[in-house]
Design a binder for this molecule. Structure first.
Ligand code: AMP
Length: 410
């Protein structure tokens, strides 16, 4: 069901509460918290600029980290207010409370086009409990709720669902921001009837995390390419040996069922035929990987762990991706955090970018694939990168996200 967006409504002079995703990585430097990566803040700028241009009075609510209902100073959003002010080129007021008199006074002072950021909503345990009284305090004085926090839309919390329900109940509009709208467009509408061939690349650690996505995409994709540790559970299902690779033996049946479904539906389902392998050892009491090498066999030797797809598989994957018109990628092909095992993920990233340059639509389903593309400096060479991790996966599974469901239908 299509949802109203900020483009559909009148904003002038209206008090807007906008939920954004400012859960940015921070580190302490000389006794101060410094933002390491401002991607999530930048991602909200189009929504904020449009609302400012249209004269809304904007209060921003967000969470940072997991303070579990306590005021943890290292998880304050104050540095985000300063960063945002610099990026957007206008002052951003900050209130060190998110509810109560101080927050209400700060919001009441806003002029048309003014911005206020509230302190971390997760300083209150009532946020994650979706407590109605807390949601009522957050929603006080608000005319319109805007949700631009796709990354938090899979959680029914006070600042995502509670406020939306309260504002809707009193006749107010609850709308998607521009970032939320793009996420729903690319992960939803574009994949509903994708231009073919539609190639899905899935990697990462566990079959159990992604089996629902695999199952759903088996009904839509022409080809599914599997990498990462997930591939070894599929190898087990095919009766191959996996050595010491990370596997989920209790998910072999699930993997076999997916292989059967692919065969029934005529979906090409490829797992790596060669791998990079390494010997897990202990050095000075610490876990480490010893020598690594290409294993040019479908089976992994007894004492070794599969840590990446091999060069032949990367080449086969490249050929498939080159012929695609729509590509969805979620999850690394190996332990890409270790540069010795990042080759397969990097090769897939390059293949996806090449296909995009040749006219394919490429959609990156969040999490570590986004990190891998950004690490390789290729983030701007794909069609769309999702800002959600868990939210993207749940959405790709076909689940209704509570934060989206709570918005007003068109
Ligand atoms: P996910 O969050 O499910 O996308 O999984 C990402 C994680 O999977 C990354 O931290 C990778 O290091 C890990 N991973 C990918 N391939 C392997 C592998 N062959 N063995 C162990 N871990 C892997």
């Amino acid at each position: 069901m299509a949802k109203l967006t900020i483009n559909d409504i009148d904003l002038r002079g209206k008090r807007v509460l906008a939920r954004v995703d400012y859960n940015v990585p921070m580190a302490e430097q000389d006794g101060m918290m410094v933002i390491n990566d401002d991607t999530r803040i930048r991602a909200t700028l189009p929504t904020l600029r449009l609302m400012i241009e249209r004269g809304a009075r904007i209060t921003l609510a967000a969470h940072l980290g997991r303070p579990k209902g306590e005021r943890v100073p290292s998880m304050s959003l104050r540095p985000v207010a300063d960063k945002l002010a610099g990026l957007i080129g206008q002052p951003v007021a900050f209130c060190d409370r998110c509810v109560g008199q101080a927050a209400e006074d700060a919001a009441a002072k806003l002029e048309d086009g003014g911005l206020l950021l509230l302190e971390n909503v997760r300083y209150h345990a009532e946020e994650e409990a979706n407590d109605p009284a807390f949601a009522g305090q957050l929603a006080k004085g608000t005319d319109i709720f805007v949700n631009d926090a796709f990354g938090a839309a899979h959680r029914a919390h006070a600042s995502t669902v509670g406020v939306a329900n309260l504002i809707a109940a009193r006749g107010g509009q609850c709308v998607a921001g521009l970032l939320m709208e793009r996420e729903l467009q690319f992960l939803g509408d574009e994949l509903e009837s994708p231009e073919r061939p539609f190639v899905v690349i899935l990697g990462g650690a566990k079959v159990s995390d992604k089996i629902k996505v695999i199952d759903r995409l088996l009904e839509k994709a022409d080809t599914i390419l599997i990498g990462g540790a997930m591939a070894y559970t599929f190898k087990l299902a095919k009766g191959l040996t996996v050595g010491k690779s990370l596997v989920e033996p209790d998910k072999v049946d699930v993997a076999r069922a997916a292989l059967d479904k692919a065969a029934e539906r005529g979906v090409q389902f490829l797992i790596p035929t060669d791998n990079i392998i390494a010997e897990p050892t202990e050095i000075d009491g610490k876990f480490a990987f010893g020598d690594h090498r290409v294993n040019d066999s479908e089976n992994i030797p007894v004492d070794f762990e599969g840590v990446d797809i091999g060069p032949k598989s990367a080449e086969v994957f490249r050929g498939v991706v080159a012929g695609a018109r729509t590509i969805l990628w979620n999850g690394p092909m190996g332990i890409f955090e270790d540069e010795r095992f990042a080759g397969g993920t990097f090769a897939v990233a390059k293949s996806v970018c090449e296909a995009t340059a040749n006219g394919a639509k490429s959609i990156i389903g969040g999490g570590d694939s986004v990190k891998a593309l950004n690490n390789a400096g290729l983030g701007d060479q794909v069609t769309f990168m999702s800002t959600g991790g868990g939210a993207s996966l749940e959405f790709l599974e076909g689940k209704a996200l509570p934060g989206v469901a709570a918005l007003t239908d068109k």
